[in-house]
Design a protein around this ligand. Structure first.
Ligand SMILES: [Zn+2]
Ligand SMILES: [Zn+2]
Length: 258
């Protein structure tokens, strides 16, 4: 029996909510659940913790969660809202006095190496992040001591990685999931899946597409993430959801024995 904890550090789409300069009712909402930093989560299993994605709000997210240790980082894909906070991992390098292992598919690893070229230079400037990049090959990986099943979904044309441990799975930035990968999402207690907004979108599930995936794989409970202000307020969107589905919110913690 493993004790699994998933903590949502951010549940917003690439622009976050509120959106800069927007005055819509969601962006002006006083409900704290409607303030969404860029999507990221901490997955802890029996005391080991991996960070799923390291977007532009990472520093603020780690401060807010009181995080002082991470065993590894797993990246879903190379888009900026998922990788542009990697430099802030150096705070944990200094605190933990060790390098940080970062896992992703080949495209993500090569783009991280390009973006953060100074961290991989022969002569490194003092104080740059100390990162070890690991390419995920195949459909399993051990990251930071946690065994993960790796599920590949499609974000438009781009393959994006989802991660499952036991009865908990986290999927973001999906627009399409093949039948064989859907089969690997059955038997879950908790499925996290992205739902951008009510209307369709070319590269992300909208609400009805996310609900169709949830109905298909039938987790005990599902949480929606990577949410845009166009979803409406958390309170209004709740009216549209089946009983076992809710909009995740920043800071939410889910615990499962699996
Ligand atoms: Zn994204
Ligand atoms: Zn993306």
């Amino acid at each position: 029996m493993a004790s699994i904890e998933l903590r949502f550090l951010g549940t917003g789409t690439s622009q976050g909510v509120p959106v800069v300069a927007c005055t819509c009712s969601v962006c002006r909402s006083s409900d704290p659940r409607d303030a969404r930093l860029r999507s990221s989560a901490l997955l802890s299993v029996d005391g080991a913790t991996v960070l799923i994605d390291a977007g532009p709000d990472l520093r603020q997210q780690l401060l807010r969660a009181g995080t002082d240790s991470i065993d590894a980082v797993v990246l879903t894909h190379e888009h900026m809202d998922h990788v542009s906070g990697i430099d802030d991992l150096r705070a944990l390098n200094f605190h933990l006095q060790r390098h940080m292992d970062i896992f992703g598919n080949a495209a993500t690893i090569s783009s991280v190496r390009r973006m953060y070229h100074y961290a991989f230079a022969e002569q490194r400037y003092p104080g740059v992040p100390d990162l070890r990049l690991h390419e995920i090959v195949g459909d399993r990986v051990n990251a930071g001591g946690i065994d993960l099943e790796v599920i590949t979904v499609l974000h438009g044309e781009m393959p994006v990685l989802g991660f499952r441990h036991g009865a908990v799975a986290y999927i973001t930035d999906a627009k399409y999931i093949t039948a064989s990968e859907l089969d690997r999402l059955r038997g879950l207690d908790v499925l996290v899946v992205n739902a951008l907004r009510i209307k369709e979108h070319p590269t992300h599930f909208n609400l009805s597409e996310a609900l169709a995936v949830i109905a298909e794989v039938a987790p005990r409970k599902a949480y929606l993430t990577h949410i845009s202000h166009l979803m409406g307020t958390t309170a209004d969107a709740a009216q549209l959801l089946p009983a076992n589905v809710e909009l995740a919110y920043d800071g939410q913690v889910i615990r499962v024995e699996s």
